[in-house]
Design a protein around this ligand. Sequence first.
Ligand code: ADP
Length: 507
Amino acid sequence: MSESRKKRPPKLRAMIFITIVLIAMVPAVSVSWVLIDSVFEREIEYSKSELQGQVLILSNQLSGDDYFSHYTDSGKNSDIEQIADIWGGRIQVMNSGCKILVDTYRLDVARYNVSEYVLAAMDRQSVSYLDDKTMTLIIAQPIYSATQTEAVVPPEDLAEGEEVEYQPRIDGVIMVCVDMSRRTSALSGIRNQMYLLWIAAASLTILAALLVLIRFFRPFGKLNSEIDAALEGTAKKVSVRDYSEFSKLSDSANRLLDRINSLDDSRQEFVSNVSHELKTPITSMRVLADTLNGMDEVPNEMYRDFMRDISSELEREGNIIDDLLSMSRLEGGRAELHLSEVNLNEWIESTLRRISPIAKVAGVEVTFESFRPVTAQVDEIKLTLALTNIVENAVKYNEEGGWVKVSLNADHHYFFIKVEDSGSGIPKEAMPHLFERFYRVDRDRSRESGGTGLGLSIAKQIINLHHGAIRAYSELGDGTTFVIRIPLEYRDSEYDEYREVSDEKES
Ligand code: ADP
């Protein structure tokens, strides 16, 4: 129980639901995420380079005149204040000893700033660093002297023979700290709105997916319950026509139901036919026995006649049972073919030899004509039963002095057996039913000759098992011809092909 529960297949509904939500949400979320992220980054990059440019201009201006000697009353300080105001940040100017000369926040004037950024700038580097956590942008720019130079490496530290390299002297450093979160606050707002939008879109998608699924799966439920009702017998037909696909499904289900019903009908008809067939000889025997019992003195002659009749009824009952057994063996899963290479000429001759006593009694001449020697892969025992049924019929439904011609021919693919007779023939309207079980054209004549109505049906089944086909041609009063066509070589894969060809022809 738990095993079967584990193996339950996934629900189509759930799969479709997840697929719809993923298809709708994944592209929307990822595209908007990437988009807003790139806008964010571009905004920061832009601000950074703009500020860097302004700081560079400022550092050049500070190096121009003798700023560091007169920094307290320099007009440049108002420029520094202005830039700090515009960016909402803090600007500090340090001299070459890292002493803070100007601080727009006025908190650390005359103190020393030896932060890594200032030291890096003192080392002639332009620093630009964004702290992701605090969103603080730090820019540190060396201020070069416009007139003075200095040795990059002090002469005493130089290796022997190395030349002294001079560069503009560093008079100080300008350092700017700007809180970028203020600048990107608008974008952060958009990002927050975007999260809300995602939640709204996800809710809408889920709602839409549910609605679509309910609409889409309603016909499935309808189809299911209509098929159940038809199988239980409370409804006759299935008719779900919501979509063309369901219309086709309904038609197929109806065909299936018709087939089940017709199988059921034919099973019932078969059971009632079998009962009837088996009962008939028993009834006659009982009538015969009751008649004998009811008479006081039965003449010997009459007694013998009645016993002969009882014996023939018994034989008939035996024939029916034999045929029923053959049929059930052919229909049940035991219908296996025991194939062997059979010389068909010899096989037909020996089969006809076995029938010849019956033919002699009936006064019918049976002849065999072979157009060529033929060997084929067949189940000899089953095929003998089929051929015997057909040839015996040709003898049974014939007249004294009549003839039966059996012929054998073959091409590269099939062999053909033709059984012609000079008998009574079969009326046109009977032809479509000829191979049906228990079908007899002339019930009395068939009974007289010990027929069961199963012979042709058994023969057809055996021939079909060989992937072959049988056809009958007849005119009332002008004899009958049966033609059997069977492949010389039995092949599993050819089954349908042959059946289709034969069924087409039969129809
Ligand atoms: P049965 O046991 O009655 O012969 P079959 O299935 O062999 O049953 O044949 C079905 C019916 O077809 C027969 O009852 C008979 O009326 C008719 N039939 C079969 N073969 C011939 C034939 N060669 N000539 C005339 N009628 C035939």
